[in-house]
Design a protein around this ligand. Structure first.
Ligand code: AMP
Ligand code: ZN
Ligand code: ZN
Length: 301
């Protein structure tokens, strides 16, 4: 077993991509300092700004909220209740309990009534369930942040999330996506700033941090999370990583450095306001208002 680089005690993790082995205590310390460094490196937000952390009840977003509070940032939480049966209830309870322990403000946006037929629609839609929920979540992150006066929304996306979706876009040469994927998207055209302070941590690292900090998170997946594609890409990347340690982080960081600047577009200028709700959108009516129309047209299902 490897020894902690700092104190020489038994290491709990070895991170080949950093050539770094650390014990419990020093891993926690490193993890928090590294988050602070990433926030500064990408100029995500300052100590004066109010940050809204989108918390799902999972390990990544709860860990992110905790780290930001520990680092002294003005971070509150936002939970979007999508009304996906027991799963949503259980994750909401975890988030509420966590907020109490943290002594932080939590905003719960309850869409379970408004979108009561979402689970039903998901079953009938040709679109992948996750992408439907994703649209609703992102819309509400932005809307609630503006209503409540937050400058920034932070999500718990980790390196595995980012590298696997990057791989999918590369395999499809999805140029539009390659020009938009970045750990900080600046505010413009009715959108608040979006940041991903955990984008350089592997899933293993965020899981270990959550475990060592005793965070009580929801382990089960959303019952609709049958997005087999992204799980498969994550597995493939992990296999490559095992054979060639360091590849995953390099793949992502070199994209940020070399590829993103080439594909980067500022197509936000073309945004209009949704005719129904006024939120920014590329079309006349935003995807969420269109979804709501569908949900109210009962016979359409
Ligand atoms: P996912 O798309 O489920 O992997 O989630 C990505 C990130 O979105 C999480 O790390 C959270 O920051 C955020 N998130 C997901 N679901 C919710 C939710 N129901 N409410 C608030 N934030 C969420
Ligand atoms: Zn140590
Ligand atoms: Zn709308």
């Amino acid at each position: 077993m490897k020894k902690c680089r700092i104190c020489g005690k038994r290491a709990v993790i070895y991170m080949p991509h950093h050539r770094l082995a650390l014990c419990r205590e020093h891993f926690v310390e490193w993890f928090e300092r590294y988050t602070a460094r990433t926030i500064k490196e990408f100029k995500m937000f300052t100590e004066d700004e109010r940050v809204l952390v989108a918390v799902s009840g999972g390990k990544d977003s709860l860990a992110l909220w905790k780290v930001l509070r520990k680092l002294g940032y003005r971070a509150d939480g936002l939970y979007i209740h999508l009304g996906i049966g027991e799963y949503s209830e259980r994750s909401k309870e975890k988030v509420e309990k966590f907020a109490r322990e943290l002594g932080a403000r939590l905003i719960v946006k309850d869409l379970s009534k408004e979108l009561d037929r979402l689970p039903e629609l998901v079953k009938h839609t040709s679109r992948e369930a996750c992408s439907l929920c994703g649209v609703v979540k992102r819309y509400n992150f932005n809307k609630v942040a503006k209503e409540e006066g937050y400058e920034v929304v932070a999500t718990g996306h980790n390196l595995d999330d980012e590298a696997s979706s990057l791989l999918a876009s590369v395999l499809n040469w999805n140029e539009k996506y390659l020009g938009r994927k970045y750990p900080v998207l600046k505010e413009e055209g009715g959108f608040v700033r979006k940041v991903k302070p955990f984008c350089k941590f592997t899933e293993k690292e965020t899981a270990l941090y959550a475990l060592l900090e005793g965070i009580d998170f929801i382990e089960e997946e959303c019952p609709f999370a049958e997005d087999a594609t992204s799980i498969f890409y994550k597995q493939v990347l992990n296999q490559i990583e095992e054979r060639f340690p360091g590849t995953k982080l390099r793949f992502y960081l070199e994209y940020l450095r070399k590829v993103y600047p080439r594909f980067r577009t500022d197509d936000k200028a073309e945004l209009k306001s949704c005719k129904v709700c006024g939120e920014p959108t590329a079309g006349e009516v935003c995807p969420v208002c269109r979804l709501k129309e569908k949900l109210s047209a009962r016979e359409a299902l």
